[in-house]
Design a protein around this ligand. Structure first.
Ligand code: MN
Length: 283
């Protein structure tokens, strides 16, 4: 008699990046974790900005009116509130624990302004590329409050499932068909361990924003982005103060990337067209 066994390979940590302190919008202080010279992209992910400050001067001016074309922006609020509004008449507030997955597609002009004058602003914005056939799609939004995001409560671990599915079938609400994303907001108690499947065909990284974790002998302390190597499983152990982190995974698109500020297309000609269209008010 043979017993079918399935063997899993733990994904090692390939590289750790501390990110680059910078500012964007109207002077919002942030750390660029992805999308800088040391790590321009991790297909299909183009950028990850991390903001964490309880000093209003660091964030109060927000991101006034600006365009996007050719990709998606994913805003993950840990603490604080962000008001957004676009030139298509869509507006709202992303609140603590909430998620906004915005498909810019062929183009929007929007603003993102803190809906608070004190307290902490804490969260991330992730840029997700679109494949060529979707770059000029209609703009759209997926928005979910904390209560609409399922939580898998385990021994010493809490997994908020923003997108994709856990191995136990718990499914997150956000969709992005082209990249089959897995997006988790994970909190681990002190010394807690976590094992979770990550499909082998997804590129993946973790972004640690509280405490520290160890994966395969590499310790990652806050704030840092760790690129995960090949394998089909995530194995983490939290440090003595516990940890919070994002797990971000998605199918690579495998196309040329041409980027110019808030426009991300496949070719320079498409970028030039984006500038022309924006300046002509066609967004
Ligand atoms: Mn924006």
């Amino acid at each position: 008699m043979t017993v079918a066994t399935q063997s899993f390979k733990s994904r090692p940590i390939d590289r750790v990046h501390r990110g680059i302190p910078t500012s964007d919008g109207a002077g919002v202080k942030l750390t660029r974790m992805l999308g800088h010279q040391g790590l321009m992209q991790l297909d299909p992910f183009l950028m990850l900005d991390y903001f964490s400050s309880d000093n209003a001067n660091d964030y109060i001016a927000g991101f006034p009116e600006h365009p996007h074309r050719g990709f998606e922006t994913v805003t993950i609020m840990i603490e604080g509130k962000m008001r957004h509004g676009d030139n298509k008449g869509h507006s709202g507030v992303i609140e603590d624990g909430g998620l906004q997955w915005m498909t810019a597609g062929r183009g929007i002009v929007h603003s993102e302004i803190p809906e608070q004058t004190d307290g902490r602003m804490w969260g991330f914005q992730l840029w997700v590329n679109l494949p060529s056939e979707l770059k000029m799609t209609d703009p759209g939004y997926q928005e979910f409050s904390r209560d609409e995001i399922p939580v898998d409560q385990r021994d010493g671990a809490s997994l908020r499932v923003l997108a994709g599915s856990l191995s136990n079938g718990i499914q997150g609400p956000a969709r992005s068909a082209a990249i089959d994303p897995l997006l988790l907001d994970i909190t681990l108690d002190a010394g807690a361990s976590l094992t979770e499947a990550i499909p082998a065909d997804l590129n993946a990284f973790i972004a640690v924003y509280r405490g520290q974790v160890d994966a395969g002998g590499t310790t990652v302390t806050t704030p840092a982005l760790a690129v995960l190597g090949t394998g089909d499983q995530l194995d983490l152990k939290a440090g003595p103060e516990g940890a919070s982190l994002l797990l971000v995974a998605g199918k690579p698109i495998g196309e040329p990337v041409a980027r110019y500020g808030p426009f991300v297309m496949n070719t320079q000609a498409e970028l030039q067209q984006a500038v022309v269209d924006f300046q002509a008010g066609r967004f």
